[in-house]
Design a protein around this ligand. Structure first.
Ligand code: AMP
Ligand code: MG
Length: 342
């Protein structure tokens, strides 16, 4: 089903699982001079450069320059995957996890430092050392299951961002059992990195998306980008945002989940309990960069409504947020401007 068509051609939808996204990308976009989708980082990534072609041609010396810029941006997304993946055996993250080899790639060290800062501010709700839990619950193997309480207790013993040590440009671990998973922050980082590549190549209007993390660069045909946020349970939209030069990230309990005995178990864990966080259905964060929007959407999802909104009000999270509680109540931060649906 083509959601884009249903809600008007200008609208871009986020907050979707991969399957729904493929429907979105199948839609025709007559004004886009370049729109391409590839499967990178285990998710659907799309780069869209808006038209009309004549304007873009004048500004950027033609379609070939645009194509080359998009190609370089995709190459950057691939490079991020090679660095941050927990699945690629040669990735520094994988080597750190499996063999305890310290990480000294400055880009990865800096990202881990940012992740630890979000851990500190969220009092451990965000924690990249959740790897043992994600593995235990079967979300890496694609065969999720509900573990026994003793297994969860054992996995929790291997978790704690304080076990990571960042000194002299290196990340090491105090506890050999500690393993990291940058899945809650690396996609946002990759989106920021690809956006920088587009800017360096003369492109100032673009939409970059990696599995629900977006950067809306500049404008779409002289107007802000319109981003629709899909309701996690119902057909249609939770809200619509108009944004320019803003990142948008959504974390939800509907991206990867299974149902057992009538209960929903999903892929975002409360590191303090070892179980999926239960307060919210989705959190959308709108901020200046996709790295932090991504990290905070996960962190706030775990923290829940009251604690999460408190951090936003106090300024620890410098972004606007939209939360949907598990009872279906939608609440947003005061600065968030949504536009009426189509
Ligand atoms: P996101 O979709 O950005 O919310 O990221 C979810 C992914 O981050 C999961 O698939 C896990 O790999 C990882 N993750 C799960 N729970 C946490 C957590 N509390 N802190 C950091 N990463 C997490
Ligand atoms: Mg995230």
């Amino acid at each position: 089903m083509c959601w884009l068509k249903k809600f008007g051609r200008e609208l871009v939808l986020i907050g979707l699982g991969g399957v729904a996204l493929s429907g979105l990308f199948a839609c025709r976009e007559p004004n886009a001079i370049q729109k391409e989708t590839r499967f990178i980082m285990g998710t659907v990534c799309t780069i869209q450069i808006p038209g009309p072609p004549a304007v873009a041609r004048r500004a950027m010396a033609g379609r070939r320059a645009v194509r080359e810029a998009v190609e370089k941006a995709f190459a950057r997304l691939e490079e991020c995957d090679q660095k941050f993946s927990v699945f690629i055996p040669s990735s520094p993250v994988c080597r750190f996890n499996q063999q305890g080899i310290p990480i000294d790639d400055p880009e990865i060290v800096a990202l881990i430092a940012q992740a630890c800062e979000v851990s500190r501010l969220s009092q451990g709700a965000f924690d990249i050392t959740v790897y043992p839990l994600v593995e235990l619950w079967g979300f890496y193997s694609g065969k999720p299951r509900r573990p026994a309480p003793e297994e969860i207790a054992a996995a929790r013993g291997k978790i704690g961002w304080q076990h990571l040590v960042i000194t002299n440009g290196q990340v090491t671990k105090k506890n050999a059992a500690v393993q990291i998973d940058l899945g809650a922050i690396a996609k946002g980082y990759a989106v920021d990195a690809a956006m920088q590549v587009l800017l360096q190549n003369g492109i100032h209007d673009a939409l970059i998306e990696a599995g629900g993390d977006i950067f809306a660069l500049g404008q779409r045909n002289q107007k802000p980008w319109k981003i629709g946020i899909r309701h996690p349970r119902q057909p249609g939209l939770l809200d619509t945002l108009e944004v320019s030069d803003r990142a948008i990230a959504t974390s939800g309990d509907y991206e990867q989940f299974f149902i057992a005995d009538g209960a929903r178990y999903h892929h975002i864990f409360d590191p303090r309990t070892g179980y999926p966080a239960t307060n919210l259905m989705s959190v959308t964060v709108i901020g200046a960069n996709a790295t932090l929007a991504d990290a905070w959407s996960t962190a706030l999802f775990v923290l829940g409504l009251e604690k999460g909104m408190k951090l936003v009000e106090e300024g620890a999270v410098r972004a606007e947020v939209l939360m949907l509680t598990s009872q279906g109540r939608a609440l947003s931060s005061p600065g968030l401007k949504t536009i009426p649906g189509p």
